[in-house]
Write a protein that binds this ligand. Structure first.
Ligand code: NAP
Length: 308
């Protein structure tokens, strides 16, 4: 089958399409004929070698995809050949989705209202956003600040938090304010003066725990102002600060010490929300995956990057 791969660690140019052996659905798994699959910042970090040489090479990147079910593994119920689904690959493999066929370990029916591109880029960010909102206990009436609201995770987290009844404030650059507002957050420009700007928006509400907001999800940018706004580091969950310097809760699912279970229940929840959408930062054919990785590496993609 056709698959994206890299055979050594390094820059995006090393990505190429190759003919590789087809994977097959094992027990509890399904295989899909992929219609679209996602690119995450994590894919670019792995490819660059930032995380060391932890992968057997060659490696097929991509952790989420959407497609048509063409194999059903032993013990799987509730899905039929020909069904249209979106979902995630086995996280232990850290890849496999950017290919003609992909094996999924978690999935939900693709909503008719989502394009294939949106479905292909939905699962990983929905899982991450759900995990963080669960850890923060986001619920009706809370004020949640999302730092990095215009990114792949942020755009999804804004919508899922709003669906829980939270009032969401989202940080983004000056050019991205309207985009964040369209997701359902009150937009605010990041950078110097952030504490004053957010405090003015929350206007004394959200002080359950002595901060201007009840909880913070950190996806991008500096952390200290976010702790000031939350009133305490234990009201801040980060997916992006690996430094451990600020005393905030880092959540990840990458294995090893401190890994959290995946919040896979989020897939069906997102699929069931009539207003939920996956904004697309860019859609690229598989043979232009290097451009997709380069867009991710700018740190200023707005929504999800997808390969078709
Ligand atoms: N731990 C986990 O489980 C997990 C899971 C998924 C992702 N992650 C990590 O979480 C981070 C976010 O992932 P993602 O997929 O959302 O990334 P992304 O889509 O690449 O995020 C890009 C966004 O970040 C915004 N941004 C850049 N600098 C910012 C700043 N100083 N303040 C606020 N926003 C800023 C940009 O908005 P503007 O263009 O408006 O500046 C852009 O929209 C990445 O580091 C990723 O590796 C971790």
């Amino acid at each position: 089958m056709r698959a994206l791969q890299f055979t050594e660690y390094g820059p995006a140019d090393l990505l190429h399409v190759a003919d590789v052996a087809e994977p097959h659905a094992g027990p509890g798994q399904i295989r899909v004929a992929v219609r679209a699959s996602g690119v995450t910042p994590g894919d670019t970090y792995l490819r660059s070698g930032m995380f060391g040489d932890r992968l057997p090479l060659p490696h097929v990147p991509g952790v989420d995809a959407a497609g048509v079910v063409d194999e059903i593994g032993e013990g799987v119920t509730g899905v039929n050949l020909g069904d249209e689904v979106f979902g995630m690959v086995d996280l232990a493999l850290l890849g496999g989705a950017n290919a003609e066929f992909a094996v999924l370990v978690a999935w939900a029916p693709k909503p008719a209202a989502w394009s294939w591109e949106q479905a292909g880029g939905a699962a990983a960010n929905v899982e991450t956003a759900t995990r963080t909102l669960d850890l923060l206990g986001v619920r009706d009436g809370m004020i949640l600040l999302i730092a990095g609201a215009a990114g792949g995770v942020g755009t999804v987290a804004v919508q899922l938090a709003a669906a829980r009844g939270a009032r969401v404030i989202g940080t983004a650059g000056p050019a991205t304010q309207d985009f964040v507002a369209a997701m359902g957050a009150v937009p605010v420009v990041y950078g110097e003066g952030l504490v004053d700007r957010v405090s003015a928006i929350s206007a004394g509400r959200g002080v359950e725990r002595g901060g201007a907001v009840d909880a913070v999800l950190h996806c991008a940018g500096p952390v200290p102002d976010l702790i000031s706004l939350a009133g305490s580091p234990d009201r801040v969950v980060t997916i992006a600060d690996l430094s451990g310097e600020h005393g905030v809760r880092l959540t990840h699912t990458a294995g090893g010490p401190g890994a959290d279970p995946q919040a896979l229940h989020g897939l069906a929840i997102a699929a069931g929300l009539s207003s939920f959408t996956v904004p697309l930062a860019g859609v690229f054919p598989l043979d232009r995956a290097a451009d997709a990785h380069r867009l991710s590496e700018t740190g200023h993609a707005h929504g999800k990057i997808v390969l078709v």
